[in-house]
Design a protein around this ligand. Structure first.
Ligand code: PMP
Length: 441
């Protein structure tokens, strides 16, 4: 049993990431245990996990198969050098990943996080064009309100002002597509919104401005998560694909949150039936248990390196922990768990129940939009004038006190529960949220 005695009196040394440290340390919230759909708090309460940790524990918490695989691997082969050496589990995991990937993406490059997957994909894109003799293709295109992790490449192509403005000029040669959030036209849409598919055509304008011969890659999240759950308008992703293909530009889908079953198929690329040239992943790859990411690479890109000039045959990039044995064991056990329990398609089965439950909150206080796709939901609240994050954050605190973990970004509540969720949990989640919203100031 866990109790409050686990919590140190002095919380000052740990500078917490993406956290208002001053607020947190006055009123700390700590988890000391987890099982399946629930966390246990340091004061002994059960909290329903409405966010799969941070969009990562897709199979729920402390799943025995994953725990045992990690324990066994730690006692068998703890670490193997990642460069010029290998170990079987990393190759096995790569093979299993390729089995569930979209057709024609038969290669993966291992990283340790979503941010590193993004950096890796951007570097592969630049190097690919160079290998192909098109080294003038150096420009990158991201999107407003895009989130691609926190490293320099990722914040450069990303479109969150707060994450960019403190860090200088960032990468040069980056353009941004407009975001696709059109609340006036699309509010309360279930699934893909009707309006905004034509915003993809802005890519033509960017290409015309710089000339296609200078543009390397476009990176977008198929569904933007961290900026409030922005679901692509109908036809949008397909149009982006067509424009990229027309101009020889690589298309990268950042599937760090949409990968591994979130939309009811292994990857969003399959759900939307749009094939990118690379897919960046992390999180659900190991059920969030051990840091690991992977970039899925099309055969065409991979072949260009493998058949390229001898002096370029090594791609000068990699991490000490790329394909780490314990992470690989966790990944294999995670994929087995997903397969055994049908979790990669479960979001599709629950889709209408989830959508009905969420949209039943339409008349709760302060709600100005509800969005959903797969097992993702967003409830956007009317902001308090001059304090655009306050209302949602107060809902987060209240929900936590009432035994529900949600996440907020701006004045939007974002939901992404573990894929093992039962209908009774969905009911509990929505009932708690209704109370929280109706009581919010
Ligand atoms: N890309 C996307 C789309 C993400 O949602 C995230 C994390 N939420 C990242 C990249 C960064 O992943 P990490 O925090 O593992 O670096």
């Amino acid at each position: 049993m866990s109790d409050a005695t686990n919590v140190p009196n002095d919380l000052n040394a740990f500078w917490m990431p993406f956290t208002s440290n001053r607020q947190f340390k006055k009123q700390p919230r700590m988890f000391v245990g987890a099982k399946d759909m629930h966390y246990t708090t340091s004061d002994g309460r059960e909290v329903l996990d409405g966010t799969a940790g941070l969009w990562c524990c897709n199979a729920g918490h402390c799943r025995p198969k994953i725990t045992e695989a990690i324990q066994q691997q730690a006692g068998e082969l703890d670490y193997a050098p990642a460069f010029q050496m290998g170990h079987p589990k990393a190759f096995q995991l790569a093979n299993r990943l390729v089995d569930i990937a979209p057709k024609g993406m038969d290669h993966v490059f291992f990283t340790n996080s979503g941010s590193e997957s993004v950096e890796t994909a951007l570097k592969i894109a630049l190097a690919y064009h160079k290998v192909k003799g098109e080294g003038s293709r150096t420009r990158l295109v991201g999107r407003e309100r895009g989130y691609h992790g926190v490293n320099f490449g990722g914040i450069s192509v990303g479109g969150i002002v707060a994450n960019r403005k403190m860090f200088g000029t960032l990468l040069t040669g980056v353009d941004h597509l407009p975001h696709t959030h059109l609340p006036d036209k699309n509010a309360f849409t279930r699934g893909e919104p009707e309006h905004g598919g034509d915003l993809a055509d802005e890519l033509e304008r960017i290409v015309a401005l710089h000339d296609a011969s200078t543009v390397a890659a476009v990176i977008v999240e198929p569904v933007a998560g961290s900026t409030g759950v922005l679901i692509p308008p109908k036809g949008y992703l397909k149009r982006l694909r067509d424009i990229c293909t027309k101009h020889g530009i690589l298309l990268i889908f950042d599937e760090v949150i949409t990968g591994f079953g979130r939309l009811g198929s292994p990857f969003a690329a399959q759900h939307f039936d749009v094939m990118p040239d690379m897919i960046t992943t992390a999180k659900g790859l190991t059920n969030g248990v051990i840091p690991m990411g992977a970039v899925f690479v099309s055969n065409e890109i991979h072949d260009a390196f493998m058949n390229g000039p001898e002096h370029l045959i090594e791609f000068f990039h990699g991490y000490t922990y790329s394909g780490n044995p314990i992470a690989s064991a966790a990944g294999l056990a995670t994929l087995e768990t997903y397969a055994e329990e049908g979790l990669l398609t479960r979001a599709a089965e629950l889709d209408s129940y989830w959508a009905d439950a969420l949209h039943s909150l339409k008349d709760a206080k302060h709600v100005i939009d509800i969005r959903n796709i797969g097992l993702i939901g967003a409830i956007e609240l009317e902001p308090i004038a001059g304090e655009p994050t306050k209302r949602a954050f107060s809902c987060f605190l209240d929900a936590y006190d009432r035994g529900l973990l949600i996440r907020t970004t701006g004045d939007t509540i974002a939901l992404s529960p573990p894929l093992i969720i039962e209908k009774s949990h969905i009911d509990q989640l929505v009932d708690t949220l209704r109370t929280v919203l109706n009581e919010a100031a």
